[in-house]
Write a protein that binds this ligand. Sequence first.
Ligand code: GDP
Length: 304
Amino acid sequence: TEKYDKGLKKSRKTFGQRLNELFANFRSVDEDFFEEVEETLIGADVGFDAAMRIADEMRQEVKLKNVKKPKEVQNVIIEKLVNLYDEAGEDENHALNIQPNDLTVMLFVGVNGVGKTTSIGKLAYEYRMAGKKVLMAAADTFRAGAIDQLVVWGERSGVEVIRHNAGGDPAAVVFDAVKKAKDEHYDVLLVDTAGRLQNKVNLMKELDKIKRVIQREVPAAPHEVLLVVDATTGQNAMVQAKQFKETTDVTGIVLTKLDGTAKGGIVLAIRNELHLPVKLVGLGEGIDDLEVFDPNQFVIGLFK
Ligand code: GDP
C-alpha cells in the first residue's frame, strides 16, 4: 500500500485530486458536473468508452440513491472504477499462475526500453527472497545489450542467468535453461525474449519455437506470457498491446513506470478495451518496486 501511495503520486494529481476538487467545488450534481467527470477521466487515459460508461452508471446510481452533494459522489465513482476493472476481465484472477510444487515458466515479451529486463530482475529477486530456486534465460539474443543487462540484474538479484553469445538462437538458450531448471528442480524460470514488432512474422515464429522447446520438457508451460508495456507512453502502450495480442497468446500485462506518469487510468483502458488483466505494476526503479496489481488498492491510491 505504501508503494502504491508513492508510485501513484503523479496520477493522483490529475486523477483523484482533480476529481476531489471537482467534488469539492461543484454546487450540484447536474449535467455539467457529469461532463466534467467525463473530461477528467478521459484526461487520465481511462479511455473514451470507459469514461462514458462510468459517467452513465454514475448518473443512474446518483438518481437511484438520490445523492445530492458532489462530495458524496466520490464513493460511487470509486465503486464504479473497481467494478469496471473486475467486469472487463474474462477471468477474475489477476494473480500469477504459479505451480506450487512444480517448475513455473514465464515468458516476457515487449519492445525495447519498456522495462522488460528490470521487471524480470525485480521478480527474480522477489521469488529468491521468498526462498524459491530461480533461473533466468537471456533469450533476447538479438541485442548484446539485452544479454548484458539481464546479467547485471542477475548479479543484483543473486539469480543465475543462462546466456549464449549475441546473435545465437534464442530457442537454444531456452533449451539449455529449461533443461537445467527441470534437472536441478528449480521453482521458477523467467525467460527474456526479443520484442521486434516491426517484424511480426519472424517474432511469431521465434516465440512459437521457444514455446515448443519449453513444452518438450514441461507440457503445460509457459504458465504465463507476460507483455511488458510502459505506462508513460499512454495510448501507444495500448497500440503495442493490441499488436502483441495478435502475435502471441498473452496471458497478462506488466505495466511499468506507473510512478512516472500522470495517466494511470491506462490500467482501466487496457482491461476494458483489450480484456487483458494487468498482473504486475512497476512503481519505481528500485529492486523491490514491483507489485502484484490490486484494483482496489490502485483505485483507492488514486484518491488518497
Ligand atoms: P528493456 O529494454 O525493456 O529491458 O528496459 P529496461 O528494463 O532496461 O528499462 C528501461 C528503463 O526504464 C530503465 O532506466 C529502468 O530503470 C526504467 N524502469 C523500468 N521499470 C520502471 C518503473 O517501474 N519505474 C520507473 N520509474 N522506471 C522504470
